[in-house]
Write a protein that binds this ligand. Structure first.
Ligand code: THG
Length: 264
């Protein structure tokens, strides 16, 4: 499983403060602890919900430069704004990054997909267009198709695309969990070689015992073929679930990762 570590996110009050006050050591601590916990990518989302576009562009530059100075782990540059994405990618000093994300809307496709080419980076594409998160599997697939067409035009290989099939809070519609899971299976069938990703913790929003719901949903998504998960790698239950689910679907040869995780 490709683990994208989620804790550097400006919408969280403690992280918002770190970003606004440019608290370098605290930002580095968040990066280092997630790297040590085995993150494949560290997500960097500096959107605090306040401040201008220019602020966010500068905050992204600061965050990326600060982290890469001491941490080797690749970064997932997370913003809906192509200018903020580019600010992060530019600051990356040719080190590996993941672009998070494009969506299946013409303007986003035209501005974000070329970044994958210019910065030689894989990218996450949200399976949604201008009308918001699709309610059906079919509409998620239609959005994925638009992304695939844009990738063909810009020469980005499908192997570099992670489709985010979009997790809705199960508390708002109990049918949506299954739609997301079915979309994973379908998109992998229709576009062989592509990868899939989910922001797991959205599923449990608004309910008690969130960790349990997150872990159960991750198991099901692994069975459906999920390649990457946006999670908190410091959360023992979810990290253990990654290892247990993968060994059970035959994605851990000789059970090595499972036994190593048990020992540590
Ligand atoms: N897809 C993509 N990118 C994303 C998301 C996605 N980036 C942002 C977000 N969703 C994933 N990142 C976070 C970061 C922090 C938290 C959740 C998702 C978080 N949530 C709870 C809180 O608000 O306190 C705690 C969650 C828990 O109980 O585990 O901290 O979907 N491509």
């Amino acid at each position: 499983m490709i683990v994208i570590a989620e804790k550097i996110n400006g919408t969280l009050p403690s992280v918002k403060e770190i970003i606004q006050n440019r608290q370098q050591e605290k930002l580095l601590d968040l990066a280092k602890e997630q790297a040590a916990a085995g993150a494949s990518y560290i997500d960097v989302n500096v959107g605090t919900g306040i401040g201008s576009r220019k602020d966010e562009i500068q905050a992204m530059k600061w965050a990326v430069e600060t982290i890469q100075h001491e941490v080797e782990t690749p970064l997932s540059i997370d913003s809906a704004d192509p200018a903020v994405l580019e600010s992060g990618l530019k600051s990356r000093n040719r080190r590996p990054s993941l672009i998070n994300s494009a969506k299946a809307e013409q303007e986003s496709l035209d501005e974000v997909i070329p970044l994958a080419n210019v910065y030689n980076a894989p990218l996450i594409a949200l399976a949604m267009d201008e009308s918001g998160i699709p309610k059906t599997v079919d509409d998620r697939l239609k959005a994925a198709e638009k992304v695939v067409s844009a990738c063909e035009i810009f020469g980005v290989p499908i192997e570099d695309v992670f489709f985010d099939l979009l997790v809705m809070p199960i508390s708002t519609d109990v049918k949506q969990g299954l739609k997301t899971l079915a979309a994973i299976t379908e998109v992998k069938k229709q576009f062989p070689g592509c990868k899939t990703v989910l922001g797991i913790s959205n599923v449990s929003y608004g309910l008690p015992a969130r960790g349990r719901l997150n872990a159960a949903f991750l198991c099901m998504a692994v069975y459906a073929g999920l390649d990457a998960a946006i999670i908190d790698p410091l959360d023992d239950e979810i990290s253990a679930t990654v290892k247990t689910a993968e060994v059970l679907v035959g994605r851990d040869r000789h059970c090595r990762k499972y036994t190593r995780a048990f020992r540590t």
